[in-house]
Write a protein that binds this ligand. Structure first.
Ligand SMILES: [Zn+2]
Length: 602
């Protein structure tokens, strides 16, 4: 599995560097080190941006003419990025899968861990957790390995993951060697190998950086840290940045992987992990406008018979108030995407189920995307929330309909939770305390009733003939449920499984075909990250339009698995023709097209 992935990557790099080679041939590349001490280029860090404003793009200096000048420039730009990010507190999520070897499928998840927090990049690097870390569970799950992972989660470890070296990335501490030119996506880059100078201390960056050739920002870092102090360990990482605002490339994805299963390898650990960073444009600490920003209502009632609300109308008004409060609060905490294109697709699927079941609700059902990876759905008032991770792994539109129908059933059955959130005092908590202050878990009786109702709704819907896909997805989830406890732990809604067994809509599993990993056209579930593209600056989400990659072995399927990132880099403002993640696989039908088709038939 991993081998193949790396082969794909390697092929891509080979073809890219072939292109880059041509470009490089026409220009002088590494010149004899002409030491021309850098001209007084205006330093970008002099303009310190305030939080919540788009930072000023750095002023462009004269174009470097030697590689030494290029190094000076990207060292300067890196300092500018550190400075710009001081005013930001992005959300950071790490999802890790510890691996074991399956003879047929290759390395598969054995157990998993999940971390979610907020980074404070002001003076030092700091982090506040959304989820309390249960040390006893950690030991139980990971043994001695967790200790090593802990090292990575030292605050300084984070700075290492997003910057090469937060404080000392310069010529005094590093040697920089130009390698070649190379395209990453649409962006032509200069590639440099970076090695720490002797005697500069432990934990220095060792690896390679890619620098875009317009403003000379680092766009990708790949390597590790060295030398390592006794009793600690540095992971290898591949860190990607995106150009989301003019002049800056902000850290967005970090992939880490250790260990392999080659014969004779003495792995003390083997894991892969994805770190995602988003919410750069969130209001810092969310406190300044706390009391004015809670929305109560916005629609003026113009009906001719406008009176005091009847008891039922008042009840509905109250629920809407709670719903609006929760949606607004989750978005402000960096956990919910703003309303966008993906919601239209989700709403179309919900609408398909509603129309064919003659469901007529007093208020329309809305959908929103939770930005986190754990697989979960919940509803508050008439808003259905589905996690990014769940949308990612669903193989087709019928399984998306399955996930949404459960929440629609709660709404239809009047299982309304969360009306207490209409009291505004309940919205006054720090972002990090979101999971302690909000929750939408139903009692088991309501879960059972919702499952039953949902299957009824699906059987009356345009998805009635395609429910095998949904059942197959649940079966695939069931095979991995024991290993993926963290992925299956819902933080706001109900779990889709308990104690290693899927409990959600199990009725669909009985009629579905058997899981056959060797059947290459049977795609029961996708890897993580294959479907939803998240903009780390403004938190908007959209569906990825990636080209399907042919699956050639059972090891290519990687259901629910973590894979490397390979975002298609482009400059901000350039047109987004295609965008791909690094995932191999997946010729799943596009929910967008099918949903739109179905809608026009209504
Ligand atoms: Zn439920």
């Amino acid at each position: 599995m991993r081998t193949l992935n790396w082969m794909v990557t390697a092929t891509l790099l080979v073809s890219l560097s072939a292109v880059a080679q041509n470009a490089a041939d026409s220009q002088p590349t590494s010149q004899p080190a002409s030491v021309q001490m850098s001209s007084p280029v205006p330093t970008p860090e002099q303009a310190q941006p305030k939080a919540n404003q788009q930072p000023e793009p750095p002023q462009a200096g004269p174009q470097p003419t030697t590689m030494d000048q290029v190094v000076d420039r990207f060292v300067l730009r890196e300092k500018g990025l550190v400075k710009m990010l001081q005013a930001r507190t992005p959300v950071v999520e790490t999802y890790l899968q510890n691996l074991t070897l399956d003879p047929a499928l290759g390395p598969v998840p054995q157990n998993d861990r999940y971390f979610l927090g907020r980074m404070d990049l002001s003076t030092t690097i700091d982090r506040k957790d959304y989820i309390k870390d249960d040390m006893s569970m950690e030991k139980h799950l990971l043994g001695g390995f967790s200790k090593l992972f802990k090292v990575q989660y030292q605050p300084l470890g984070f700075s290492w993951m997003i910057f090469a070296d937060r404080n000392d990335f310069d010529r005094q501490h590093y040697d920089f060697r130009y390698v070649r030119r190379e395209f990453l996506g649409d962006v032509r880059c200069l590639v440099f190998d970076v090695t720490p100078k002797k005697g500069t201390g432990n934990g220095r960056f060792l690896g390679r950086v890619w620098v875009e050739d317009q403003d000379y920002n680092i766009v990708r870092l790949n390597g590790t840290y060295a030398p390592r102090p006794r009793n600690s360990f540095f992971f290898h990482m591949d860190s990607w940045r995106l150009n989301l605002i003019p002049g800056y490339w902000v850290p967005a994805f970090i992939y880490s992987e250790e260990g392999d299963f080659s014969a004779g390898a003495k792995n003390q650990m083997a894991f892969k992990a994805q770190t995602r960073i988003w919410g750069y444009d969130l209001k810092k600490d969310g406190q300044s406008d706390e009391l004015t920003n809670i929305r109560v209502d916005s629609v003026q009632d113009n009906s001719p018979a406008a009176q005091d609300a009847s008891p039922l109308a008042a009840e509905r008004e109250w629920q809407q108030q709670a719903e609006d409060n929760v949606v607004e609060r989750l978005q402000r905490a960096g956990l919910l995407a703003p309303e966008g294109e993906l919601d239209k697709i989700l709403q179309t699927v919900v609408n398909n189920i509603e129309v064919t079941n003659n469901i007529d609700l007093p208020r329309p059902v809305r959908t929103r995307v939770l930005l986190t990876s754990p697989l979960e759905t919940f509803s508050v008032g008439n808003t259905i929330v589905i996690s990014r991770g769940l949308v990612d792994v669903l193989p087709d539109e019928s399984s998306l309909a399955m996930a949404l129908s459960h929440e629609l059933a709660h709404i239809v059955l009047g299982h309304n939770l969360g009306s207490k959130y209409a009291f505004n005092d309940r919205m006054l908590f720090s972002d990090e305390a979101t999971y302690q202050n909000l929750g939408f878990k139903h009692i088991p009786e309501e879960e059972t009733a919702a499952d039953k109702k949902a299957i009824e709704l699906l059987k009356n819907s345009p998805y009635a003939q395609k429910l095998d896909g949904a059942g197959l997805f649940l079966k695939a989830l069931n095979t991995r449920a024991g290993a993926l406890n963290a992925l299956l732990t819902a933080h706001l809604g109900n779990n889709m499984g308990e104690a290693g067994v899927v409990t959600r809509m199990t009725g669909l599993m009985t009629s579905a075909p058997q899981i056959d990993w060797n059947k290459l056209d049977q795609i029961a579930a996708l890897p993580l990250g294959g479907r939803v593209k998240l903009n780390p600056w403004d938190d908007k989400v959209e569906l990825i339009k990636s080209q399907p990659v042919a699956i050639t072995s059972a090891r290519d399927k990687m259901p629910f698995e973590v894979t490397p990132f390979f975002p298609r880099l482009m400059r901000t403002g350039s047109t987004d023709s295609t965008s791909t993640s690094g995932n191999a696989a997946n010729s799943a039908p596009s929910a967008a097209t099918t949903a739109a088709d179905t809608k026009s038939a209504n």
